[in-house]
Structure formats: C-alpha cells, structure tokens
Design a protein around this ligand. Structure first.
Ligand code: F6P
Length: 360
C-alpha cells in the first residue's frame, strides 16, 4: 500500500451543521499521523484549478468545531460527469480534469463529505482510480447504511424549538398552526421534530395523506376542549392521489426544489375545519447555526474514522454510525438509495398509538 502523504478533503451538496467539525477532525488526526491535508474549495469544483485549494493545518481549524456552514464552501448542483468545463488550460471533460488535477496536486486520497449526490460522484471517481473515503452528511438523514447523519439532530432540535414557540401562539388564538419542515423525500425531520414537539398531525412522504382524516382528528381535539392544533408537514409530503409541491422543477443538472405543501395543507384545513389556520416554513433555518453536541461528537468521530480508513487503505468506503460503533460501509452499497421512514418504525407506531394522525 502506497504511503498516505497528502489527503484532500472537500464538502459537497447542501451544508449541514457539523461539516466544520468533520474538517477539523480530519485535519487534526491527519496532522498527528504526519499526513498533510489539502482543503478543496466548493466541492469537486476545487479540483478544477490549482488555486482553489489550500493546505490546512491544525491552526487553521482551531475553533471551528462549533460553527455551522463549511470553511471550504460547497455547491449543491448537478453531476460534474455531465458537463465539460472551461479551465485556464482549455475546455475539458469535468471528470478527466478532476482526475488529472488530483494527481497534479500530489494527493494520495480524498475525503468526500457529502450527501447522496456527492457520495455518488465520489464513488464514480473511486471507480476511476481515485482513493475515496466518504462521510455521510445531511439534515434529511436519508442516507442508507448509517442510523444517523450529522446535521439531522441539529435540524430536529431547531424544528422542535420552533414547534414549541408555535404551541403558545396557537393556543392563545385557538388556531391550527401548520409548520413545513425539510427532508426531501424522507419524513425523518418531520417525524422526530413532530414527536419531540408534541404535534397532533405529522404528514410525511412515506404516507400519502387524506386531508379529511387530518381534519377529523383536529375537530376531535376541539371537542375535547383542546381548541388549537399543531400540524407538522414534511416538504415531500403529498395528498393521496396528489403530487409533490415544487418550488422549482429540475433543470440543467439541478435537482427539483421541494416546497409549498405547508401552505396547501393550511388552506385545506381552514376550509375543512372552518378554523383560523396559519402556516410557517422553517426552510434553511434548519440548516444554519451551531451543531448540537450530538452532531459535534458524531461529526468528530466520522472525521477521525475517515482518516483511519484512509491510513488503512480502505477506499471506496463510507464511514457510518452503527450504534455504538462507527463502522465502514461500501459506497457501492450506499449510492442511488434513499433511507425512508419504514412503516414498522417504532417511533411512527408509538406516535400513532398516542393518537397522532399521519392522515392515513
Ligand atoms: O438535502 C438538504 C436540503 O436542505 C433538503 O432538505 C432540501 O430539500 C434541500 O436541501 C434544499 O436545497 P437548497 O439549499 O439547494 O435549496
């Protein structure tokens, strides 16, 4: 096995609280093993030109553990394999350029911190000969093979706090408050934040909902004397026989943007229940701010494990949380799949047993 001299690290896809904690762990544990670390800016784009990367020493990452965002920058778009790229040395196939630059920059391995899209790209570069170790990141928690991605706990904590705040105003006005959370095609954030915040209805993509079932449950609360209700809607939730609410269709390598179902549910509940109803979209607030202690610890463990795998030459892998351990999974078993909420989820069943409606 060739000696690991210089490790590249990049962050790809939408940011998630904990990215900086991973970078810090990668840089510090590399340095303590005599490995140089090159921070690559703006995801794989930083491998196009030599001036879009920088050496990172422990000094450079001191103090970033608690910060959201990523000191390396990121991009959340398209597949680089699809598009030729203009460089200072002419137009190249993007992937050829990246492979070429990887070698020119003297890198021995690459740590790709990303969601399913960036990990899939990382896997394709692995198949083209780049030694890659993946680190799963997303607030959506939808990556298979790991029980948790860092960022998810922070997003859930923020959404729970928002639901707590909505409770008091909902109760004061005897209103229905609808809160739309992120999560793409998986209902993890909605389910966890909904349960943690004591929601009365939780609508997730895995269970197409019937608005009349939701309305009936909320009317029942009125009859008990609980004259307000909280409805948590995942951005990917949709009505039975209906379709996803989109802010923007997919185009030119950009994924479709989900959003708008909260407003629709709000209007439908106002009509069916006759109650005053308001909606709020938490949006990117869920991705910002400082990571929770859980996410800081998970991100730090992921970063340390990624360097350990690289040192052992275990490439084409992704670090994963398999409580209580951090383990390695094969990227080929991960990419192209989405971890959704299973119908036998203990949390889902518990919520149902408590009387939370999922609109089914
Ligand atoms: O994947 C993370 C996520 O925040 C999703 O929950 C959301 O649908 C999407 O990214 C938003 O992407 P963007 O930041 O590009 O609008």
């Amino acid at each position: 096995m060739a000696q690991l001299r210089r490790l590249g690290v990049l962050t790809g896809g939408g940011d998630a609280p904990g990215l900086n904690a991973v970078i810090r762990a990668v840089v510090k544990s590399s340095a303590n093993s005599g490995i140089e670390c090159l921070g690559i800016e703006d995801s794989f784009d930083g491998l196009i030109e030599p001036d879009r990367s920088r050496l990172l020493t422990p000094r450079d990452v001191t103090g970033i553990l608690r910060f959201g965002g990523t000191i390396l920058g990121t991009v959340n778009r398209g597949d680089p394999f699809q598009h030729p790229v203009a460089t200072s040395e002419g137009t190249h196939d993007y992937s050829d350029r990246v492979v070429d630059m990887f070698h020119k920059m003297g890198l021995s391995a690459l740590v790709v911190i990303g969601g399913d899209g960036s990990l899939a790209i990382g896997h394709r570069f692995f198949l083209r000969g780049i030694p890659v170790v993946g680190v799963p990141k997303t607030i959506d928690n939808d990556i298979v093979g790991t029980t948790n991605c860092f960022g998810f706990d922070t997003a859930v904590a923020f959404a729970t706090d928002a639901i707590d705040r909505l409770h008091t105003t909902a109760e004061a006005h005897k209103r229905i408050m609808v809160v739309e959370v992120m999560g793409r095609y998986a209902g993890w954030i909605a389910l966890y934040a909904g349960v943690a915040g004591g929601a009365d209805a939780i609508l997730i993509p895995e269970i197409p909902f019937d608005i009349d079932v939701v309305a009936a449950r909320l009317r029942e609360r009125d009859r008990w004397g609980a004259k307000f209700s909280i409805v948590v809607v995942a951005e990917g939730a949709f009505p039975k026989g209906g379709k996803l609410a989109l802010l923007e269709e997919a185009h030119a390598g950009f994924a479709e943007r989900l959003g708008g179902i909260g407003v629709q549910v709000c209007a439908a509940l106002a009509t069916t229940t006759g109650k005053e109803t308001r909606s709020v979209v938490l949006g990117h607030l869920q991705r910002g701010g400082a990571p929770t202690s859980f996410d800081r610890v998970l991100a730090t463990r992921f970063g340390g494990k990624a360097v350990e795998l690289a040192k052992r030459g275990e490439f084409g892998t992704m670090v994963a949380f398999d409580p209580p351990d951090i383990v390695a999974r094969r990227l080929e078993d991960i990419v192209g799949k989405t971890k959704t909420v299973p119908m036998d989820s203990d949390l889902l069943l518990t919520a149902k047993a408590l009387g939370v409606t999922f609109g089914d």
